[in-house]
Design a protein. Structure first.
Length: 236
């Protein structure tokens, strides 16, 4: 399984609330495991701040100089919710949702019966400035799938990538334009040598450990907004 998909369906809770005992989901089959220790990187207040910073960065770099209609497109699941929230302040011309299930390069390894949800882009993307939104970027494979899916719908004028969290550990040469919380540990992402401000407009924090997973919880899919870190299966 590619790590970029972990946050979509491996870290799941019965009520999706921080502190509840998580279940692990392998091939969409659920199994109880002991609750691992976890830490909260961002609570609901911090999440609102991160989203506000992300919206400001997009507004300053995309919306301010746009000479074409703008569309914000979120990747299921959770990227679509983030896209909707960003659209509330950015007021783009279009808002859409992209399902990348059938474009994943690990689909045969994950399940024999994939759960395919709808792509909701009721507008032509040809010639648009598109801001693609996801919750976490890690390997880059989900973004590759999203770009392929998007290009099958038309030819946008330009595509920007905006993510809430950059986990690092890239496997493909794909980098986000806007990052709210940078956990990649890359020094070149800092705006200056002694700064915690990232070039994409977001904050650069200490990198998480290689054996840890980063998961975004966001309402209404989850009971509350939070960014959490838990040990991977291999570390347990």
């Amino acid at each position: 399984m590619h790590a970029d998909t972990v946050r979509s369906f491996i870290v799941i809770t019965l009520t999706n609330k921080i502190g509840d005992c998580p279940m692990r989901d392998r091939n969409y089959g659920r199994t109880w495991l002991p609750c691992p220790p976890m830490r909260v990187l961002a609570d609901e207040t911090r999440m609102a701040e991160l989203l506000g910073n992300l919206a400001d960065a997009i507004s300053q770099n995309v919306a301010a100089g746009a000479d074409a209609p703008i569309a914000i497109v979120g990747i299921r699941s959770r990227g679509d919710i983030l896209a909707t929230r960003l659209a509330e302040s950015l007021k783009p011309d279009h808002v859409g949702t992209l399902d990348i299930t059938l474009y994943r390069d690990d689909l045969s390894e994950v399940t024999n019966q994939p759960v395919v949800r709808t792509t909701e882009i009721p507008f032509a993307i040809d010639g648009l400035d598109v801001v693609l939104v996801d919750d976490v970027i890690m390997s880059g494979r989900s973004i590759r799938a999203a770009l392929q899916s998007l290009m099958d719908l038309g030819r946008p004028r330009r595509v920007w990538l905006s993510v809430l969290v950059d986990r690092g550990q890239r496997e493909l040469p794909i980098q986000p334009d806007f990052v709210a919380l940078d956990l990649s540990g890359r020094a070149d992402r800092r705006s200056s040598a002694d700064s915690n401000e990232g070039r994409g407009g977001g904050r650069v924090d200490e990198a998480v450990q290689p054996d840890e997973l980063v998961a975004v919880h966001i309402r209404p899919t989850d009971a509350e907004d939070a960014i959490i870190v838990v040990p991977s299966d291999e570390a347990m």
